[in-house]
Design a protein around this ligand. Structure first.
Ligand code: SF4
Length: 196
């Protein structure tokens, strides 16, 4: 009898990673930006993450380990690019993180209605493990400076109760941004940098 092959790890095409951020969702969160988005929102603020070239291809298990080793975070945020273009890998990652008590925030250019009507099991699996969804394409004709929303058409949707009463949500403190200088001296601006 031949020995069964071990299951192959799913890969994620990751554009960028930040271990700790306060500006990409409530509380202290790791942030995963995925590479690739099919939309073409005029004024897109993450142009360099739209094309589908390979950036950092990382196994889901390895990335989960990297995130779970970070001290003091309460969750993870998925952004991009378009997270639902890599829904299978992100669903696997989110399930591992949720099993360890982390919450999941997700920014998508799709509307909730498009996702619900999508008839895509990977999309439904990712939605099932998402606590807060920021949904809808960036519309530069509808600029907004609300908490986590850059255009007024976007929706903040609580898909579970876990983040509904978070102090950052209750306070609705408007848009925030961070300037981070990493150990190598690299300066990273994240969050909603249009406020600068
Ligand atoms: S959905 Fe986001 S990443 Fe994609 S084009 Fe629109 S603003 Fe850019």
């Amino acid at each position: 009898m031949s020995k069964a092959e071990p299951p192959k790890d799913s890969l994620l095409n990751m554009a960028a990673f930040l271990p700790v951020s306060h500006s990409n969702g409530p509380g202290r969160r790791a942030v995963v930006w995925v590479q690739g988005c099919n939309r073409n929102c005029p004024g897109c603020f993450n142009q360099e993450m739209r094309h589908f070239a390979d950036k950092e291809l990382i196994a889901v298990r390895e990335l989960a380990g990297r995130i779970l080793a970070i001290e003091g975070i309460e969750g993870v945020t998925f952004s991009g690019g378009e997270p639902f273009e890599q829904a299978k890998s992100l669903a696997e990652l989110a399930e591992k993180l949720a099993d360890s008590g982390l919450t999941v925030v997700l920014f998508t250019g799709y509307t909730f209605d498009e996702l619900a009507a999508g008839n895509n099991s990977d999309w439904q699996r990712l939605l099932a493990v998402t606590d807060l969804l920021v949904a809808g394409p960036y519309e530069k004709t509808l600029p907004a400076q609300d908490y986590l929303r850059t255009s007024a058409n976007q929706q903040l949707l609580f898909l579970s109760d876990k983040l509904k009463r978070h102090p950052d949500i209750a306070g609705y403190q408007g848009q925030t941004a961070e300037i981070i200088v990493d150990a190598a001296g690299k300066v990273i601006v994240t969050g909603f940098d249009k406020i600068f």
